[in-house]
Write a protein that binds this ligand. Structure first.
Ligand SMILES: *Cc1c(COP(=O)(O)O)cnc(C)c1O
Length: 404
């Protein structure tokens, strides 16, 4: 059992007042708040060891390099990657996906197929569309049902030897659906396709085991898991990372440069051109340590309790409809009230100190599927409480009265 009050005390921002009311932060699917250990680790980096990494022989450079590489190994163990050079530091999920999609330009030929799902975030759609435009490959979409679940029978029918890569999210940011990725990975491998998992929404709730999943790529962002903005991870199987060409050229990613020909550095440096976000990479390790100290099982169990409580309480409001009703979902509740625009609800609850997201959540195809302009999305983290959910319910009721 988690001691939520002492956890909350570790997050300085949570004791703020917004518009004169205690802040209720329910926009965790957009970015998480940061505990004091993470904030302190950022200052400590700049106060104590700031230097460029992998370059100097001087003491600070060694300290910074060590801290960066220790963080890489921490992340390797956290996701159970076989080698630490399979862990590439990125600026976030979007960067990781673009790195892989660009690399696939050298793998695909016209007529090949790239498969995405109907549940994707724009950052797991657009890079693949750009790749298809470049290569003449075709974009195929795994459909979903009214619960917001992918239809696996349809997925299997769409697979063929033309399928070269399947890219799906582990958990949908717009609806909270947890996708059966293990099954998807297995089926895709049967036709020889690679699989990329967008773990941006899963990483805050689940400790992924990339070897057990057997995915070829797994990406996530630091800022959604209590870490710094501009940090992130691309995991790739060694064989794939060796096969794909570098994404960016520059310093640190080379072995030898002449004007005739450049040879590339070994993994992971081949994909880490230029000075990286050193502090971000180091502190991402601090954030992962912090979450492991809270415990992913504890986090998942408590958030599930919040999800059930929030679902039940919100459904007390007449005319309220929840989008995303899979039995397998995380603590995301996307909803609308009949006849009211989601933006208007968001604006009123903000006046009452409650932060929710309104709009299409970077997933316009999902909104088109349900034929709605957007939703109000409340996404809970392990530092939220049932009392905060009560405050949301009261605020939404008030908004409904004012707007109807
Ligand atoms: C947030 C999110 C992204 C994009 O992450 P960035 O940190 O903005 O790069 C991609 N996919 C999903 C499912 C997300 O939730």
């Amino acid at each position: 059992m988690l001691d939520i009050q002492s956890i909350r005390a570790q997050f300085p921002i949570l004791s703020q007042k917004v518009n004169g009311k205690p802040l209720v932060y329910f926009d965790n699917a957009a970015t998480s708040q940061k505990p004091k250990v993470v904030i302190d680790a950022i200052s400590a980096y700049y106060e104590e060891i700031n230097a460029n990494i992998h370059r100097g022989v001087h003491k600070l450079s060694q300290l910074a390099t060590d801290a960066y590489e220790i963080s890489r190994s921490k992340i390797q163990h956290h996701i159970n990657a076989k080698y630490n050079h399979e862990v590439i530091f990125t600026s976030g999920t979007t960067h990781g996906i673009n790195l892989v999609s660009n690399g696939f330009a050298s793998v695909l030929k016209a007529g090949d197929e790239v498969m995405v799902s109907a549940l994707e975030h724009h950052s797991n759609i657009v890079p693949w569309q750009m790749l298809c435009e470049r290569t003449g490959a075709k974009l195929i979409v795994i459909p979903m049902n009214n619960e917001g679940e992918l239809i696996l029978e349809e997925f299997e029918k769409l697979l063929s030897e033309k399928t070269k890569i399947v890219t799906v999210n582990h958990i949908s940011n717009a609806l909270g659906t947890i996708n059966p990725i293990k099954e998807i990975i297995k089926k895709a491998h049967e036709v020889g396709a690679a699989v990329l998992i967008d773990g941006a929404q899963a990483a805050p709730h689940i400790k992924p085991d990339v070897q057990e999943l057997d995915c070829d790529f797994y990406v996530f962002s630091g800022h959604k898991i209590c870490g710094p903005t501009g940090s992130g991870i691309l995991y790739g199987k060694e064989a794939w990372l060796n096969k794909l060409p570098p994404y960016q050229g520059g310093g640190e990613m080379i072995k030898e440069v002449t004007f005739e020909k450049t040879t590339y550095a070994e993994l992971p440096h081949k994909f880490e051109a230029g000075t990286p976000n050193i502090e971000g990479g180091i502190v991402l390790g601090t954030a992962i340590d912090y979450l492991n100290s809270v415990g992913f099982d504890n986090i998942a169990a408590y958030e599930h309790e919040l999800l059930e409580y929030g679902t039940q309480r919100l459904l007390e409001i007449e005319g309220l409809k929840i989008y995303g009703t899979s039995k397998n979902k995380t603590s995301v509740i996307s909803f609308n009230i009949e006849g009211i625009h989601p933006y208007d609800i968001g604006a009123i609850v903000d006046k009452l100190g409650i932060a929710v997201r309104t709009g299409h959540h970077c997933a316009q195809p999902i909104m088109s599927f349900f034929n709605i302009p957007g939703t109000v999305r409340a996404s809970f983290a392990f530092y939220n409480t049932k009392e905060e959910i009560d405050a949301l319910v009261e605020a939404v009721k008030k908004a409904k009265t004012m707007l109807s």
